[in-house]
Design a protein around this ligand. Structure first.
Ligand SMILES: NC(=O)c1ccc[n+]([C@@H]2O[C@H](COP(=O)([O-])OP(=O)(O)OC[C@H]3O[C@@H](n4cnc5c(N)ncnc54)[C@H](O)[C@@H]3O)[C@@H](O)[C@H]2O)c1
Length: 263
């Protein structure tokens, strides 16, 4: 094997026009860092991520797969082995959003609760469970789980999302303790990040106003770019973070420390 390999789940570019996404930015950044990248997503815009990586001189393959399905994960692992021989990094980025999920615990249906946890928590658990043997076989590596500041603070009517993110942090700590020193695991907790999927239906003026309103809660006076998450993932995936293990790294421009102040 000539270089390292990373699997990034939820790594499709924005689903309508291939615009920016957090998983896409992570995949592109890891490719620039020299990894072969296995791009995993339910959505066909994963192919767009591969095209962008290849246009930059990198190596990548797209596997259209559902990370909640064990058979699909088997396909991801087999393809990774066949194409690149091993695995050195797993980044879990998938998330399920839906209007039925944005409810308090009294109002959310059991079906919506379970369906959200199936992706946002079990999709992370299953990818870790089935890739850890390959990481170990390959001499060890890193796992980076994309969590959220909603793991620490409660956004109104985001009950199951918050619970899933707090559980991801706990999952990360369990992996960190059980598999060190061969595998290090850390979580990244973004605040609001600009992504195409939530922006597609808004006009440029509406977008500017929306981002401006959100930025009022952020000391940086702007919202986060996907690349600013990808840089942190790159650091946690690589050797320069060699003594960071089991941590929940907040990347929110200082939002959580400002006690609700409006800037
Ligand atoms: N956008 C933000 O402001 C923000 C803030 C904090 C945390 N996050 C986290 O960042 C990550 C990326 O989210 P995003 O906001 O970019 O959303 P997104 O919808 O653009 O990305 C999620 C991706 O996961 C894919 N996906 C969903 N279920 C899947 C499954 N079962 N199997 C395979 N792929 C699946 C989707 O197709 C999509 O491409 C998520 O974990 C999210 O919770 C986002």
């Amino acid at each position: 094997m000539s270089k390292k390999t990373a699997i990034v789940t939820g790594a499709a570019m924005g689903y309508k026009d291939g615009g920016p996404s957090i998983g896409g930015a992570i995949a592109l950044r890891l490719a620039k860092d020299g990894y072969n990248v296995v791009v995993v997503d339910l959505g066909e815009m994963g192919q767009k991520t591969v095209e962008l990586i290849e246009a930059g001189g990198g190596h990548a393959v797209f596997i259209q797969a559902d990370v909640t399905k064990t058979a699909d994960i088997g396909r991801i692992i087999q393809t990774t082995k066949d194409m690149y021989g091993g695995l050195h990094c797993l980044v879990n980025t998938v998330a399920r959003y839906g209007s039925g999920m944005m409810k308090n615990v009294a109002e959310i249906s059991e079906e919506e609760w379970n369906a959200t946890l199936e992706v946002n928590l079990n999709g992370y658990f299953k990818m870790a469970k089935y890739t850890i043997p390959l990481l170990l076989e390959s001499g060890g590596g890193t796992i980076v789980n994309i969590s959220s500041i909603e793991s620490f603070v409660a956004l109104p009517n985001f009950s199951v999302y918050s619970v899933s993110k707090a559980a991801i942090d706990a999952l990360t700590r369990s992996i960190a303790v059980d598999f060190a020193p061969q595998i290090r695991a850390n979580a990244v907790l973004p605040g609001f990040v600009k992504i195409a999927n939530s922006e597609n239906n808004r006009s440029p003026e509406e977008l500017q106003k929306w981002h401006g309103d959100i930025a009022l809660g952020y000391p940086m006076k702007r919202v986060c770019e996907p690349d600013e998450i990808a840089h942190v993932v790159s650091f946690l995936a690589g050797a320069e973070s060699s003594y960071i293990n089991g941590q929940s790294i907040v990347v929110d421009g200082g939002r959580m420390i400002c006690d609700g102040h409006v800037f």
